[in-house]
Every structure is written in structure tokens, then in C-alpha cells.
Design a binder for this molecule. Sequence first.
Ligand code: 13P
Ligand code: SF4
Length: 307
Amino acid sequence: MAAESLTDKIHKLKKERNAVILAHNYQLPEVQDIADYTGDSLGLSIEASKTRADLIVFCGVHFMAETAAIICPEKTVLMPDIKAGCPMADMITVPQLQSLKLKNQSAKVVCYINSSAAIKAKSDICCTSANSIEVCRSLDCNEIIFVPDKYLGMYTEKKIKDNNKDKKFILWNGYCPTHAKILPEHIREAKKKHPGAMVMVHPECRPETIAEADRVFSTGGMWTFAKESTAKEFIVGTEIGMVYRLQKDNPEKKFYPATEIAVCPNMKKTTLEKVLWSLEDLKEKIVVDQKTAEAARLTITRMLGLS
Ligand code: 13P
Ligand code: SF4
């Protein structure tokens, strides 16, 4: 009899434990394939809030699993590799945010979901790359402190200012090291190679890179657009894992990465072996202290209320 494969073992144990596997769009192909749900940060948060499973195995980076643990305090959230962090989320500390708030006391604070629970706890509302414009528009104030991603902040500010010139944005100097590698020349070279392709980029990209694109989307937005568009070819300006997801779900279309160097090392830390060990040993559990979790939950549920 053939030996049980890693995938079979994961499926079996997942059933026994009443677990669900959630994976971000940048995960390794084999991890995306084993997941019950693959999506962007907003989709993953919504899925975590809806699941009937007792256990969530989160294949992504720390802030994503932490968000799931905050939304679902009654569930156990596990990360197969707890060292998978997001460098951008670590680019702002609570004292730094407190000092920004002190200097701009009438401003509301919007934190990108790529932030720690402690930052969420000190913010008014959370946003993702799928809803930053909607979230900022929903706020009845003239000043917005937007942390930590300056590029998503700049993109959002530009869109908001199309209708409301008076809204002032106070940005923090955070950024995603992976998206910062995607340069305008990469897009221009890719366009030369594939002249008929639509260019989609993530709003974490530099403004000069965004200026070269036809469309700007979260990874979930890219997925929907690729499905619905009549275009047959796409240049994809985001982390490389997204190309696998798009190609798998649209085999009749062609997807080209803007550059092969846009790899998030943290997103690649989760492997199938680690997923299995996580289910076997119930490790690593995401724990958020109760006071921080309660405050951060308000910030996240305000956002989910708009969805
Ligand atoms: P999405 O929510 O668009 O998937 O983005 C998450 C992220 O970390 C992008 O780098
Ligand atoms: Fe963080 Fe960038 Fe990796 Fe997304 S791609 S998890 S923003 S480092």
C-alpha cells in the first residue's frame, strides 16, 4: 500500500481537529493548494469571522493570524511558522504613534491591517488595501493619520482628494520592502515584451510605479478583475505568489510578473511540513493580551462593518 502523503495526513488531521486552513495569496503554491480558503487580507479576516471551525491554521504573516485571533477570541489560531512577520508592520511603534496623535489631536487614526495589535488598539479604524479609500471616506474629520504604509497612504490620499481637497493626510514613513522593489522600469520592460497585456499593480507600490499601471488593486481585487476582464494577458505588479493564484484560476489567460525579484521571504516560510506539525502539536498559538485585543477588535470591526 502506498505511504500516506503529506497532503493526505493534513486533510485527515484537519477533519479530526475541526480545523480550517486559511492562506494568503502570496503563499507557496502547495500551501495555497491545501488551503480551504485563499485570499487577500480583507477576505481572510471575513473568512475568519465566519468560520465554524474550532481551529484556524493561518498560513500568512503574523499580523494576519493576529487579526484572526482578535476577531475570534473563542477559537484557537495557529501559525505554522510564527517567525513569519511583516517588516512593514514593525515600522511603527506605539510611542511613535502616540507622539503623532499628540501633535495632531483632531486627526482620526487609520491603521493599515499590516500593523501590530498594539497599533490597532490605539487607532480609530483599520483598513486593508481593498478598502482604504472607502474607510477614509467614511470618516467625518479633516485630518487623517495614516499608518504605517506611506505608499498606500499616498495612493488613498490622491483618490480622496479627487472629491475632497480639504482632507489632510499625515503619513508615516513605513513601506513594504518587497513592493518597493517593483520599479517603473520593470513595468516598462514588461510592457515592451507583452504589449497587449493589462498592467495591474498593488497600492503598496511606489507612486511612480503606480503611474505606469492600468489598474491598482489589492490581491483580491486583482483576482476578481482577472476573472471578469475580457483581457487575455496581464502584467502583475505585486508579490510573485499572486501569479500562481491567477494562473491557476484562469488557465486560458496569461499572467506575467512585473519582476521576479518581488518575493516576500516571510510569506515563503510556511511549508506543508510545518502545516502538518502545526496540526499535530497545536503550535504556535497566537495569543493577544485581553485589553489590547478588545481595543483592536473595535478598530477591526468598524472596518468590517463597512464591508
Ligand atoms: P492584500 O490584502 O492585497 O492581499 O495585501 C496584503 C499584503 O501584505 C500585501 O503586501
Ligand atoms: Fe509585509 Fe510586504 Fe510581505 Fe506584504 S509583501 S507581508 S506588506 S513585507
